[in-house]
Design a protein around this ligand. Structure first.
Ligand code: PEP
Ligand code: MG
Length: 323
């Protein structure tokens, strides 16, 4: 099987009936690019920048960040690179950023919430990204967005930094798309409103499932509630995709679900535009998508949205695919 998949490295990801989707990779450092190329990744769908900040005793400088972002953008040779701004807090802490203990870290002061307060840190990252933007096809996305106001504030800060750079005669790309992760149910529910203001969505199912089911993704005792195919999750995913398309925008997914063989047929049917996963899953996913008809998967998607349980959805997918 692996030998069959390997032949697909340079092939497009098209369904049997000719619908193209983008298969992208999740990366944590520029060193991961090798795996992306080796597995035929069409883009980087999630660059988790927090690894730049972890395992050290002070913030990375603007220059260090610039070098890392430039390396990824150049390495991808004008293919799309979605960089997520710092997503720290929750389960990920920095020894040099002292934050008060919280009762519920996953519901607390993290990601964009932290960045909007710690603006020096945030602005340094944005400047590094903006400076790197001329070296490739950069898209910037903000994590853990819960309200339109958070998005507007983050975007305003980004545009301020862009203006400053331009007034210093430092070149910045004019093509940078600005999007958000959809990881919080409030944002999925208001996706129609967000879709008018963002350039794209990327659905972070690892957190979206945790927050929708109110089940800590690290807690074994409630793992039975961690249900990717629960129709409640699937309906939220559909709302986001439909809202984006209505405004001529696109939706990707960068949670684990995007590379999951049960989820892929449904997501194809729902019209997901970009699937971002660990590089090692790309060829298998490409092989699977090439074996499916999008029109059949649309019918499957319509059907599973009406089912009641995670298990029923798994059954339904197995019934119409070769899984
Ligand atoms: C997610 O929440 O689905 C996601 C991709 O982000 P992380 O796993 O880094 O929280
Ligand atoms: Mg997340």
């Amino acid at each position: 099987q692996k030998a069959e998949w390997a032949k697909l490295v340079n092939e497009k990801t098209v369904s049997k009936d000719g619908h193209h989707v983008e298969l992208a990779a999740n990366i944590g450092t520029p060193n991961d690019l090798q795996g992306v190329q080796a597995n035929g990744g069409e883009a980087v769908g999630l660059y988790r920048t927090e690894f730049l900040y972890m395992g050290r005793d002070q913030f990375p400088t603007e220059e260090e960040q610039f070098e890392a972002y430039r390396a990824v953008l150049e390495g991808m040779e004008n293919k799309s690179v979605v960089v997520r701004t710092l997503d720290i807090g929750g389960d990920k802490n920095l020894p040099y950023l002292k934050l008060p203990e919280e009762m519920n870290p996953f519901l607390g002061f993290r990601a964009i919430r932290l960045c909007l307060e710690e603006q020096d840190m945030f602005r340094t990252q944005l400047r590094a990204l903006l400076r790197a933007s001329v070296y490739g096809n950069l898209k910037i996305m903000f994590p853990m967005i819960a309200t339109l106001n958070e998005f507007r504030k983050a975007k305003a800060i980004l545009l301020e930094e862009k203006d400053k750079l331009q007034s210093e005669n430092i070149p910045v790309s004019d093509q940078i798309e600005i999007g958000i992760m959809v990881e919080i149910p409030s944002t999925a529910v208001l996706a129609d409103q967000f879709a008018k203001e963002v350039d794209f969505f990327s659905i972070g199912t690892n957190d979206l499932i945790q927050y929708t089911m109110a089940a800590d993704r690290m807690n074994e005792r409630v793992s039975y509630l961690y249900q990717p195919y629960n129709p409640a999750i699937l309906r939220l995913v559909k709302m986001v995709i439909d809202a984006s398309h209505k405004e001529g925008k696109w939706t990707g997914m960068c949670g684990e679900m995007a590379g999951d063989e049960i989820a892929i047929p449904i997501l194809l049917g729902l019209g997901l535009d970009e699937f971002s996963m660990s590089a090692s899953s790309i060829l298998k996913a490409r092989s699977q998508i090439r074996s499916l008809n999008k029109s059949d998967m649309e019918k499957l998607a319509e059907k599973v949205l009406q089912l009641q349980t995670n298990e029923e959805v798994i059954e339904a997918v197995k019934n119409v695919t070769s899984l």
